[in-house]
Ligand binder design. Structure first.
Ligand SMILES: Cc1cc2nc3c(=O)[nH]c(=O)nc-3n(C[C@H](O)[C@H](O)[C@H](O)COP(=O)(O)OP(=O)(O)OC[C@H]3O[C@@H](n4cnc5c(N)ncnc54)[C@H](O)[C@@H]3O)c2cc1C
Length: 371
């Protein structure tokens, strides 16, 4: 049987960042990806927002990775010439009753180490964005946007330059526990053909299924996945705003917000549509649900201006109505299987946090290989 030191399953932004970090630390690293290329899963179906880290509970992995990952990501984009823009964001209370909510976000953001937020009156917010309707707003100057594809290409380049290799069009279909690592079978194989001293499961929406393909994996160490689809609509015509505009968050998501791409085009979404299995169709009829939500902060949205765009699916660890759940990094201390690390529930802010996540997981991997 062939042997490999580190195998990463999944070449999304998380797998790529981990591969870059492991290869740079001198580990023999192989990335296995079902698709023909990097970043074709959730990593290419998101808002491309560099989040400031406003909503996550103090001490959570999401708060930690978002704040340190955001700083690292801006620095990385600068250094590598990756298109990005620190355009800022306004979170708006669309009625006076939501002002308390803004104050709670402000307090939790401060506790998580985000110091640059400012509470604005309606008049101050309108000075920044004249078309905005609101009772008050929170201004986050360090929120931005980036070209996530250029970023992922750069991560792949770094990983390959440090010696990592990639196998595309290849699916890991089953895992086995072995005395000295983890054994894998690919595609239609029914017996293992590769042994990895360390395997990192960064398979995104498929991470739970891959974890449970191993008979020895204790089921309690694999949190149930719930799929929260997010649909996007683009705006026909020019964007009325120069910053990102968010309502106060709702159950399962951040509310139907406006984000911009690097060309300045506006898109609205993602909403939250719970689905039993991932699918990426956007039902044009959902525009009727988007319009009133958008008009609560932009009353001048013209009729017929919303065009169906694309959808992504969040790998949630809590279902409808459940409190937000943190990222889960299941290491040997959690499941008892040496040489195996699973990443579960890497929804937002996974893109923002990716460099910090890569470093954290590579350090865990290094400790596991040294043990
Ligand atoms: C609607 C939406 C909006 C978002 N907006 C933002 C945002 O603005 N900012 C932000 O910071 N984050 C955002 N996120 C979160 C961010 O997109 C994710 O955290 C991140 O992309 C997750 O990357 P990943 O590598 O874990 O998953 P993926 O990109 O899904 O990568 C997993 C890869 O594993 C491969 N794979 C799966 N199973 C196997 C297997 N058995 N064998 C081989 N390969 C396999 C898949 O083909 C896939 O390429 C958003 C997410 C969604 C859904």
């Amino acid at each position: 049987m062939d042997k490999q030191q580190c195998v990463i399953v999944g070449a999304g932004v998380i797998g790529l960042s981990i591969a870059r970090e492991l290869a740079r630390r001198g580990f023999e690293t192989l990335v296995v990806e079902s698709a023909h290329s990097i970043g074709t899963g959730t990593s290419s179906r998101n808002s491309e927002v560099i989040h400031a880290g406003l909503y996550y509970p103090q001490g959570s992995l999401k708060a930690r990775f978002c704040v340190s990952g955001r700083r690292a990501l801006y620095a990385y984009c600068e250094e590598r010439g990756i298109a990005h823009r620190c355009c800022g964001k306004l979170i708006v209370a669309t009625n006076p009753g939501q002002r308390d909510h803004l104050e709670r976000i402000l307090a939790s953001a401060h506790a998580a180490g985000v110091e640059d937020l400012r509470l604005l009156s309606a008049a101050e917010a309108r000075q920044l964005e004249p078309e905005l309707h609101c009772a008050a707003a929170l201004h986050s100057p360090s929120t931005g946007i980036l070209d996530s594809h250029a970023y992922m290409l750069s991560l792949r380049g770094d990983a390959e330059a440090a010696g990592a290799t990639f196998a595309f069009n290849t699916t890991v279909n089953r895992l086995w526990r072995a005395d000295d690592g983890i054994e894998l079978a690919f595609d239609a194989q029914t017996t293992p053909t590769l042994r990895a001293a360390l395997l990192i499961n960064a398979a995104g929406l498929n991470a739970q299924a891959l974890a449970l393909s191993m008979d020895a994996m204790p089921a309690h160490a694999v949190p149930r996945i719930h799929y929260a689809k997010g649909n996007y609509f683009t705006l026909a015509g020019r964007s009325p705003f120069s910053q990102l505009i968010y309502p106060v968050p709702e159950d399962g998501g951040l509310g139907i917000h406006l984000t911009l791409d690097l060309q300045g085009r506006a898109r609205f979404g993602p909403d939250v549509e719970w689905v039993s299995a991932p699918n990426y169709d956007v039902d044009p009829a959902r525009a009727a649900l988007f319009a009133p939500a958008i008009r609560s902060y932009w009353p001048s949205l013209p009729d017929g201006a919303l065009l169906p765009a694309y959808a992504g699916v969040r790998p949630k660890l809590g279902g409808p109505g459940a409190a937000a759940v943190d990222f889960v990094i299941a290491s040997p201390a959690d499941h008892g299987i040496v040489g195996l690390i699973h990443l579960f529930g890497f929804e937002s802010p996974g893109l923002t946090g990716s460099l910090a996540i890569g470093e954290h997981v590579a350090a865990l991997a290094e400790a596991s290989l040294a043990a």
